[in-house]
Structures are given as structure tokens and as C-alpha cells.
Design a protein around this ligand. Structure first.
Ligand SMILES: N=c1c2ncn([C@@H]3O[C@H](COP(=O)(O)OP(=O)(O)OP(=O)(O)O)[C@@H](O)[C@H]3O)c2ncn1[C@@H]1O[C@H](COP(=O)(O)O)[C@@H](O)[C@H]1O
Length: 104
């Protein structure tokens, strides 16, 4: 099993940004970003993966929860990149909430 840390989120996000600039016909991300349904295709995938994550939790299937959550987070990264939202903005938002809730 490979060792990994949360920097993989930045690495995958950077690849997605690169896919926005450089079309590659073999790329799944390019297919999503350039789908005829536009943003709706990405929203569909986020919805689908959310439901699959919920089902995995309902089934108490640890391996499936990890797999479906990874699908969900990956598609959420595509959604954020497609809407020009950076991971720094998300980190700032979580950090601001954290600081505020610790003070309250
Ligand atoms: N992490 C992922 C990742 N996770 C899941 N997927 C793809 O997401 C797709 C959707 O999964 P589903 O189970 O819904 O499969 P499906 O039934 O084929 O879905 P539909 O597209 O037909 O609706 C699959 O084709 C998976 O291969 C991913 N595709 C890419 N990445 C990352 O994105 C990078 C860039 O990928 P490419 O753009 O394909 O080079 C890769 O290096 C990876 O790091």
C-alpha cells in the first residue's frame, strides 16, 4: 500500500487546472470539462458520487466508503476548478470558521 498525505489534493487539483488549459482526448477530466452538458455533467457526477458514498456508509462497507468518498472528493475538485475556486479559498474558509468557533 503506497504512503500518501493530503498534498495529493493539491497535486490532483493542479493536474485538473492543467487539463483546463491543455486539451487531451484521452483525459477523463477533459471529457468532463468539455462535456456537451457543460457544468450539468459535473454536477451530475457530484450528485451520483454523493449518493454512492451514502449507500456505502449505509452498508457499513469500509473499503467502499473510502472508494466512493475518493470519487466524490475528486469530482468536487473538478467542480471547484471549473468554477475558478482555489483550494486556498476553501482552506481560508475552514480556517476562519475554526478560529471563530474556538473563540465563541
Ligand atoms: N482521481 C481521479 C479519478 N477518480 C475517478 N476517476 C474517474 O472517474 C470516472 C467516473 O467513475 P464512475 O465510477 O462513475 O464510472 P463511469 O460509470 O465510467 O462514469 P461516467 O463518466 O460514464 O458517468 C471513472 O472513469 C474514473 O476513472 C478519476 N479520474 C482521474 N483522477 C485524477 O485526475 C488525474 C487526471 O486524469 P485524466 O484527466 O484522466 O488524465 C489523474 O491523474 C488522477 O490523479
Amino acid at each position: 500500500m503506497p504512503e500518501a498525505d493530503l498534498s495529493i489534493l493539491n497535486r490532483v487539483y493542479d493536474i485538473i487546472l492543467d487539463r483546463k488549459e491543455n486539451y487531451d482526448e484521452n483525459s477523463y477530466v477533459c471529457k468532463l470539462l468539455n462535456h456537451r452538458k457543460g457544468m450539468n455533467k459535473i454536477l451530475e457526477k457530484v450528485g451520483e458520487e454523493s449518493i454512492e458514498t451514502i449507500l456505502a456508509v449505509r452498508n457499513e462497507d469500509h473499503r467502499e466508503i473510502v472508494s466512493e468518498s475518493s470519487d466524490l472528493i475528486f469530482h468536487l475538485l473538478v467542480l471547484l476548478a471549473a468554477n475558478n475556486i482555489t483550494l486556498e479559498e476553501i482552506a481560508d474558509e475552514l480556517s476562519t470558521r475554526h478560529e471563530k468557533m474556538r473563540r465563541d
